[in-house]
Design a protein around this ligand. Structure first.
Ligand code: B4P
Length: 209
C-alpha cells in the first residue's frame, strides 16, 4: 500500500503516520524528521535546510526531492510506504508522480487531515512547551499556516482529480483518529482485493493524467 498524508502543521501527520506504519507494516518516510536529522548532523543539506525551517518556509523543492526519491523507490520494494509530509508542493507531487509512473506503482490514497486553525495553534503551543522545536513559536506557526494555504492546499485539487483523495476528520482523541484511518485503509484493501487489482480505479472514479 502506498499512502500519503497531507495536512497543515500540527494536524497530527507524524503522530498518525507512526501508528499506521506499525499497523500495516509500512515504511514511514517523514521529510520533516529527515530534515531535522540533517540539521542535527551539521551536513551541508542540513545547513541549507535550517534557515528555511526556522523561518517556517518550505525547504526548496530540489533539496527535498533529492532527499526523498531513493527512499521512496526502496520502500516500494519493501511492501509499501506512508509518506508523512511529502509532497508539499505541486512540483514535489509531479516528481513523485514521475517516479511512480516509471515503475507502474501510483499512490493508492492521499489522506487529507481536516482541522481548524484554533486547534492547530493549541496543539503546536503544547508541542513548543514539550519539545522546544525552533519552528513552533507563535509567529512562525502562523507563517507556516499561510505557507500551507498557498503552497500545499492546491494538492487537494490535484489528488481529487486523480480520484484518490480521502478526507479524515483530524479532531478528537489520537486513538479515535487512528481508528478512522485504519478503517479507511482496510476498506481500501478490501476493495482492491475484491477487484483483483492493486488499485481499483472504479472505487474512486477514473484517474486523470
Ligand atoms: P513536519 O515535521 O512535517 O511537521 P508538522 O507539519 O509541524 O507536524 P505534524 O502534522 O506531523 O504534527 P504532529 O503529529 O507532530 O515539518 C516541519 C518543517 O520541515 C516544515 O515546516 C518545512 O520547513 C520542512 N519540510 C518538511 N517536509 C517538507 C517538504 N516536503 N518540502 C519542503 N519542506 C518540508 O502533531 C503536532 C502536535 O499535536 C504534537 O505535539 C502532537 O502530540 C499533538 N497531537 C497530535 N494529534 C493530536 C490529537 N488528536 N489531539 C491533540 N493533540 C494532538
Amino acid at each position: 500500500m502506498r499512502v500519503l498524508l497531507i495536512g497543515p502543521p500540527g494536524a497530527g501527520k507524524g503522530t498518525q503516520a507512526t501508528r499506521i506504519a506499525a499497523h500495516f507494516d509500512l515504511v514511514r518516510i517523514a521529510t520533516g524528521d529527515l530534515l531535522r536529522q540533517e540539521v542535527a548532523s551539521g551536513s551541508e543539506l542540513g545547513r541549507t535546510a535550517k534557515a528555511y525551517i526556522d523561518r517556517g518556509d518550505l525547504v526548496p523543492d530540489e533539496v527535498v526531492i533529492a532527499m526523498t526519491r531513493e527512499r521512496v523507490v526502496q520502500a516500494n520494494t519493501e511492501g509499501g510506504y506512508i509518506l508523512d509530509g511529502y509532497p508539499r508542493t505541486l512540483v514535489q507531487a509531479e516528481a513523485a508522480y514521475r517516479w511512480a509512473k516509471a515503475r507502474g506503482v501510483p499512490f493508492d490514497l492521499a489522506l487529507f487531515f481536516e482541522i481548524g486553525t484554533d486547534e492547530l495553534l493549541a496543539r503546536l503551543a503544547g508541542r513548543a512547551r514539550e519539545e522546544g522545536r525552533s519552528d513552533d513559536t507563535e509567529e512562525t506557526v502562523r507563517h507556516r499556516l499561510e505557507v500551507f494555504q498557498r503552497q500545499t492546499y492546491p494538492l487537494l485539487d490535484y489528488y481529487r482529480r486523480r480520484g484518490i483523495l480521502v478526507r479524515i476528520d483530524a479532531v478528537g482523541p489520537v486513538d479515535a483518529i487512528t481508528e478512522r484511518i485504519v478503517a479507511v485503509l482496510h476498506w481500501y484493501k478490501a476493495k482492491a482485493l475484491a477487484a483483483g487489482a492493486d488499485r481499483p480505479e472504479w472505487a474512486f472514479g477514473p484517474a486523470e493524467g
